[in-house]
Design a protein. Structure first.
Length: 243
């Protein structure tokens, strides 16, 4: 099989990205990430006003490196309170999500484009999704079922515009506020895990998050299926007309 130089470079980029992700996962498994994050939150808490900038930076880096942000989100409620904690989490998550999106776009998008260039059906679906990008990003952000960190990279290899992607991050707001609120119920960083399991109020909020997430998941699944079916139908009609 002869590979064009451009295609070969694209494969190398994808391979490097895959290796980097695998290394991050391996390193994460070797350490107690939860304990590391809790220690980090204690350090941030001791920094005073400077801790805000550090927290946002660490949250953004965590999103890029596939580090789960739940502990950081809960911790924001303890350190900063519900209102400011939600704002700082949203800023950090949006920055991190955007960086991951750009990595996915510039490392893998050209390779994906080459793969679907000769497949009119997949190309039609990709273009249809790009036209409805904002709605799809918002819906997937509302659902906790879609893995946040992986989704950031996945959107990068679609034709969703950067503008729609960033605007779509507003879908994170409801879940962010709810998780920060749950964290605020703990009262201290040491009680984060216990508060989410034993507090009746925290459990009620978690059920609300699950219900909203389920609804959003069903809606986005049906919505993407509909626009994909429509795109395929248009492609079939065009093929018949040309035939």
């Amino acid at each position: 099989m002869n590979l064009k130089p451009q295609s070969f470079r694209s494969w190398v980029k994808v391979a490097i990205a895959a290796i980097a992700i695998a290394l991050v996962i391996i390193v994460a498994k070797q350490f107690n990430i939860q304990q590391v994050l809790q220690n980090t939150l204690l350090w941030i808490q001791s920094l005073g006003a400077t801790g805000v900038i550090v927290f946002i930076g660490i949250y953004a880096l965590a999103a890029v490196c596939f580090v789960p942000g739940s502990i950081l989100t809960l911790g924001a409620g303890v350190i900063f309170g519900v209102v400011w904690g939600s704002l700082y989490v949203f800023i950090g998550a949006t920055i991190g999500a955007t960086l991951a999106f750009l990595v996915g776009r510039y490392l893998a998008r050209s390779w994906v484009s080459n793969q679907i260039a000769e497949n009119t059906k997949f190309k039609a679906i990709d273009e249809a999704v790009s036209r409805e990008g904002l709605k799809i990003v918002v819906l997937t952000r509302l659902s906790p079922i879609f893995p946040f960190n992986l989704l950031n990279y996945a959107f990068g290899v679609t034709q969703v515009s950067l503008k729609d992607y960033v605007l779509g991050c507003i879908g994170m707001i409801p879940g962010t506020i709810m998780y920060v609120y749950i964290g605020s119920l703990a009262g201290s960083l040491a009680m984060l895990g216990a508060s989410t399991q034993t507090s009746p109020e925290a459990q009620r909020v978690q059920w609300i998050i699950r219900i909203v997430g389920l609804i959003a998941t069903v809606v986005v699944t049906l919505y993407v299926t509909r626009i994909a079916r429509k795109a395929l139908q248009q492609t079939a009609n065009l093929d018949q007309a040309q035939g």
